[in-house]
Design a protein around this ligand. Sequence first.
Ligand code: NAD
Length: 259
Amino acid sequence: MSVDLTRRLGDRVAIVTGGSGGIGLATARRFAAEGAFVVIADIDAVAGEAAASEVAGAFRLVDVADQEQVDALFDGVAADFGRLDIAFNNAGISPADDDSIETTELPAWQRVQDVNLKSVYLCSRAALRHMAPAGRGSIINTASFVALLGSATSQISYTASKGGVLALTRELGVQFARQGVRVNALCPGPVNTPLLQELFAKDPERAQRRLVHVPMGRFAEPEELAAAVAFLASDDASFITATAFVVDGGITNAYVTPL
Ligand code: NAD
């Protein structure tokens, strides 16, 4: 029997939050290339509509921090397309006013918690309402390597939010393991996306300071994360759940890096 690996996600319906750019966009492209129907959910309608038409999918204008909008997204996709197989809960922010704990004020803290962590709770809950009764599904929540490592170039709310994403994901993976739904966290190292470019353009010294810790000596490209997400979404990952799936060029296991 031959297996057509290019159709690994054939006939699956996937939601990608933050799919208008960066890791989400690369993943939307990869999902579509592997046969999935992709719904891009984002606050950036212009880029989102363009991405959806490129992958022959659909776009939904959604703020992932808003409960009503998230519920409408997941219920609407299940109703409109008949199923929901994959939820890549990936939208996140890394604003400049989230920095050292000494200078980060409550509004900045709260906004990051809402977009990065509350959203994952809302999206996971909405996805599970459809996946658990169907007895199948794969949820991938984007955490970060900073959920595993402390950083002296702090973004305190961001780091705390990603730690929360990781813990929440692990718990859901365990709880729903016997109901056919796998829930995994993606922990990217630094990825060459607008989110990182913006941060480093403001402070090149910070970029250099971080780069030295990457054994591979470079940041990841979004496509390298997309390949990992497609794997986690597919049946090739059928025995993988509740994990912190690390794609970081070796950072989290490094002591002294090559010159
Ligand atoms: P990006 O800024 O390139 O893309 C993020 C997308 O999310 C954008 O399209 C943006 O419009 C969307 N978005 C922002 N707020 C939203 C909201 N409230 N509702 C809906 N959509 C919203 O970022 P990226 O680098 O692709 O990051 C994707 C995820 O990966 C984030 O969760 C980020 O924290 C995480 N991550 C990124 C890196 C990195 O180095 N780039 C490293 C580790 C983890």
